[in-house]
Design a binder for this molecule. Structure first.
Ligand code: GLU
Length: 304
């Protein structure tokens, strides 16, 4: 039996001794206010036993990690039809690059780059009466936690500097791959990215992706085929243009965000969330990646 608590404690001790923590994202001004020296890690196994170390209960901006939840909700609403509007190939580009989108006539490479997530947001808006409320209720349900919320200050901060996402949404609109108006879609998108959650909450929310689509409340949200596809997308597209490096170093599907969070999972075994706000050059949490590499190396639990 693996002593997960011991492994997490060791990872936390190493993290505390590490000075080079990368650079905090400041293109969303609110994100730049976070303490660079925070570090948290939380792991939940199949039996729902929880292990944690560091600042694992402190909430932070989950940013792109929210794209996994919108994708899950969209697949539940329109199923495989989604793939006529978004592709499933890694982009090899940073999350906000637009050149490929123009080249490929408005079909985003995958649902985790920004244009893909904006199309997924558009799908939700077209199918929900009160999109922001219903999406929040959905996340609270799969998390089994009614305290999760948006941070409207972060959403407003991103709106002020979100020129690139406005460009992406306008490009999608010009290629007729956006049904709703740009302002409405981006307001939803900035709110989904502003969700604030802790490592403990994230690991427990991702439980459904290790448990065949059944969340902690024992509701089934995805077919096993859909879980397979989401996990495959996390492996191939979950880390911007560093998905190959993450598979190489860590060997698990997962998703990161510019708030410094990473969630990774081993189907039928465990999911783990880390948070350290400093990012590497590719936009992934520097310490988070090191921590997860150590976790899968020491426990010998990677999918490969
Ligand atoms: N809201 C951020 C953006 O669109 C999300 C980026 C990320 O976490 O990858 O720029």
């Amino acid at each position: 039996m693996i002593d997960f608590q011991h492994v997490l404690d060791t990872i936390h001790q190493t993290a505390q001794k590490t000075d080079d923590r990368g650079k905090i994202a400041d293109y969303i001004p609110e994100l730049a206010k976070v303490d660079k020296y925070k570090f948290g890690i939380h792991l939940v196994n199949m039996n729902q036993e929880n292990f944690s170390a560091g600042d694992s209960n402190e909430r932070f901006s989950i940013q792109s990690i929210s794209k996994v939840f919108t994708l899950t909700m969209a697949l539940g609403l329109i199923g495989e039809k989604l793939w006529t509007r978004v592709d499933v190939e890694p982009s090899g580009d940073p999350f906000n690059h637009l050149s490929l989108l123009e080249f490929e006539k408005g079909i985003p490479r995958n649902p985790f780059i920004n244009p893909g997530a904006i199309v997924v947001a558009d799908v939700l808006i077209s199918h929900l009466k009160n999109p922001k409320d219903e999406f929040l209720a959905f996340v609270r349900n799969i998390a089994d936690d009614e305290t999760i919320d948006y941070n409207s200050t972060v959403a407003a901060s991103e709106k002020q500097t979100g020129f690139h996402n406005y460009a992406a949404a306008n490009l999608l609109k010009s290629f007729k791959n956006l049904e709703n108006d740009v302002e409405t879609v981006l307001d939803f998108y900035f709110h989904q990215c502003s969700l604030t959650m802790s490592c403990a909450q994230l690991a427990n929310t991702f439980y459904l992706y290790i448990n065949n689509g059944r969340c902690r409340r024992k509701n089934t949200h995805l077919t096993s085929g859909q879980v397979k596809r989401i996990n495959a997308l996390m492996l191939t597209c979950g880390f911007y243009d560093e998905a190959g490096e993450f598979a190489f170093e860590v060997g698990l599907p997962g998703k990161s965000g510019v708030g410094g969070g990473i969630v990774a999972l081993h189907p039928n075994k465990f999911c783990v969330a880390t948070w350290s706000p400093g990012l590497n050059e590719k936009g992934n949490s520097k310490l988070g990646m090191l921590a997860l590499e150590k976790l899968t190396t020491e426990t010998e639990l990677s999918i490969f």
